[in-house]
Every structure is written in C-alpha cells, then in structure tokens.
Design a protein around this ligand. Sequence first.
Ligand code: ATP
Length: 199
Amino acid sequence: MLKIGITGGIGSGKTTVCRVFELLGIPIFYADTVAKLIMNTDPVLKEEILKTFGQKSYSMDGELNRSYISSIVFKNESELDKLNALVHPAVFRAFDNWLGIHYDAPYIIKEAALLFETKSYTMCDLSVLVVSPEALRVKRVIARDAISQDEIALRMKRQLSDEQKMKLADHILFNDESRLLIPQILELDQQFLNIGKRS
Ligand code: ATP
C-alpha cells in the first residue's frame, strides 16, 4: 500500500489540499485530529496522561481537561515534550490500525502538521509539502481562528522552516495565489495512482 505523508506549516493549506484528495476518493488519516480524539478514547494513553499530569487531567466522566493540560504544556516546553512523547506513539498505533481498514485503496494519505518534526514521514513512502508565503498563512489563520499573531508566531517557532522541510519533501504544492492549486493536486494524484498500481 502506497503511503503518502502531507504536511505544511500552520495555515499553509494542507487540510484544504487533503479535502480535494478526499473528493478524489483517497482515504485521509488526519493525524492532528486523531491525536485530539484519542486523548479521550485510548485507554492506554489516558492512563499515561493521568500518571504524568495527575488526576486533574481528566474530569470525573473521563473527558480530557484541555484547559488544565494546555495551561501546563503551553508555558513549559519540557512538559509539552512529555505530552508529545505519550501522544505520538499512540497516534502511530492508531495509524497502523487505520491502515488495516483501507488495505484496498489505491493509495492513502497521512496529513500531519509535524510530519518531519516527529519523524513520522519515515513511515510513509513519499511526502508532500504544502508551501504558502508566511504573510498569507498568517492572514488566513487569523480569518479562520480566534487566534493572535503572537500565538501563530509561537506555533511557527515549533515547526521546521519551509526551507528545511523542502530539503526533505519529495513533492511540493504551491498554495500561493499565483499558481492554481487543483491542477497541481490532480497531477500528483495521477503520479500516485501510477506508482500505486506498480507497487
Ligand atoms: P493548520 O496547520 O492551522 O491546521 P492548514 O495547513 O491545514 O492549517 P487550511 O486549514 O487548509 O491550512 O487553510 C487555512 C485557511 O486558509 C482555511 O480557512 C482555508 O479555507 C484557507 N485556504 C487555504 N488555501 C486556500 C486557497 N488556495 N484559497 C483560499 N483559501 C484558502
């Protein structure tokens, strides 16, 4: 099964790109959405979070106390590393299970903001980087979310730069308002279908 990893900086348009692949019938594993979900559903992960961050991490009915966890990890880098060290392996496990469901797809896509940073691209056959100018990304994220410019800058700091990621990526999609995005996606889809048929 051909596995494609798609990534890009905050607001670059990776989810938008994946929605188009989804319309083409390609199964997508949204790693960041799964990460949020499994903190409420994976019993092993929940136990590890409770052990690491204490009883206050979950409410009485077993829901993650997001504001409590955020208050710990977003002001302390080493606490964030601790949380990631628990969540990332659990996401890898969920991805493995998910792959089993989509064994007959021509190819599949894993969308992850930190595909390179977490080394999860090593579990994919090919990687795609969505690139968009920083000013445009900031404008789009502010229009999409209730988020400050400082918070966006903080998230960008935790991600590799586009220059660093371009060295690692097999394909680049330019979402910069000067090149049409959909033809670039259709071209990649054809390439992946051809590689998928041969593998
Ligand atoms: P994040 O890392 O924050 O999840 P992302 O890389 O997944 O972001 P998207 O959510 O796909 O980015 O895009 C950010 C915002 O920009 C969204 O509101 C999306 O609709 C918009 N957007 C992305 N690409 C385009 C485009 N080519 N034309 C118009 N709007 C776009």
